[in-house]
Each structure stands twice: as structure tokens, then as C-alpha cells.
Design a protein. Sequence first.
Length: 112
Amino acid sequence: MVLLLANVAKGMSTDEARARRNARREARRQAQNERRAARRARNIEKRRLKELGREAEMSDLEPTESEFDPDADSDLETQQEYEKEYQHELELIQEKTAKEKAEALKGIEKHW
């Protein structure tokens, strides 16, 4: 209001003074809105980069099988082959143990 009176004292009409004051206000609002939009954009970008960093950290902490070893599929096949061999050997051992037990029982029966 004081500026309005000062401008009126300079010889401007009250309408001109109001128009200039409103123009300055609008310019300040526009500048403030632009600053806010720029700040918002920077914050969004920071947040996005932060999320990307977290994802990268998580992938560093817990690598997937394919990230850890590019030949993961062939390793899986090899592991399955080893498991099959192990199962086969286990079955052979169980059969041998069963035969030995049967022979031992026959030997004990003969002594009775």
C-alpha cells in the first residue's frame, strides 16, 4: 500500500500503480513457481538415482545365478548329473549292505 501511495505521489494514477504492482506480484509468483518446479524436478531425479543405487546395491549383495556365473545352465546340468551319480552309488551301497546283512543273518542261523 505504501508503494501504491508513493507511485501515486510520483504522478501515476492509482490504476497505473495497481497495474504495475500486480505485474510485479505476478512476475514474483511466476519466478517462484519456476523455482519450485525446478526444485521438484531435481528432487525427483535425486530420488530416481537413489532408487537405482539401491537396486544396484541389492544386486551386488545378492547376485542371481546367471549374474554370478554366465554358465549357470551348464552348471545346473552338471549338478543334476552329479546328483544322479550320487543316487546310483547310494542305491548300490544300500544293495550291498542288504546283501551283507542277509549273509550275516544266514551265518548266524547256521550257528544256532
